[in-house]
Design a protein around this ligand. Sequence first.
Ligand SMILES: C[S@@+](CC[C@H](N)C(=O)[O-])C[C@H]1O[C@@H](n2cnc3c(N)ncnc32)[C@H](O)[C@@H]1O
Length: 258
Amino acid sequence: MSEVFFVGCGPGDPELITVKAKKLIQKADVVVYSGSLIPDPILNLCKKGKLYDAAKLVREEIFNLLYKNAKKDKLVVRLHDGDPSIYGAIKEQIDNLEKKGIKSVVVPGITAFLASAAALGTQLTLPGVTQTIIVTRAESRTKVPKREKISELAKHKATLIFYLSVHLLPKLTKEAIAGGYKKSTPVAVVYRASWNDQKIVKGTLNDIAKKIQEEKITRTAIVIISDVIQPQSYEYSKLYDKEFSHGYRKAKVKSIKN
Ligand SMILES: C[S@@+](CC[C@H](N)C(=O)[O-])C[C@H]1O[C@@H](n2cnc3c(N)ncnc32)[C@H](O)[C@@H]1O
């Protein structure tokens, strides 16, 4: 059966690509890639194949390229920045390909929010602070269901992560405060995480919109709202606690509670 590979190639640093993704690009006959977010060193891995920039094409044109070439048993790669499952619009292509008898294989990649957490050198969950990560976007042309309004998600006071939303920061921060976050809640914006021109801007819900406006950041950024960015306090993990036993290790000292 003919197939198309939907491949994630990571957030930008050419070394943050999986071995599997690299091999597929090297062997591909056709690569349809997601515009400017794919760095040249990754596109240059495609030695023998033909490259098409999906940013210049509409859905039907992309579909035809994938379909026609897969039908001829060519090795076809639809190359996505980050991970294909995160705001990647792959489902519509996979479903249409399936209707025409073409199988799809998805190869995961490192998504931008994980590269952003790495850039911040932090954890996104911390004992005593939050154990939950919410990944979302602010509403613009793409509608967001009412139950996922920022003010609703904010009620959890979890780590709230936004894709595709940095240009909407004034509205976004207002809604997060309306939903329950304190104005002093830390916010980090990571622009072009893992690229050479990566920029990190930190602030609070109260001042981040102004800072980002001053930095003139309007795209390709992840917004993270969370106390984990600058916790007042947190607890150490149980897993490595000397009083804690688990399947691979006995406690090294007796708990004083025993
Ligand atoms: C259409 S989405 C694609 C996301 C991608 N599939 C992923 O997993 O990272 C594009 C958005 O991802 C975010 N993004 C992608 N690469 C980024 C990077 N290197 N640094 C920060 N944000 C990035 C930005 O919010 C951008 O507007």
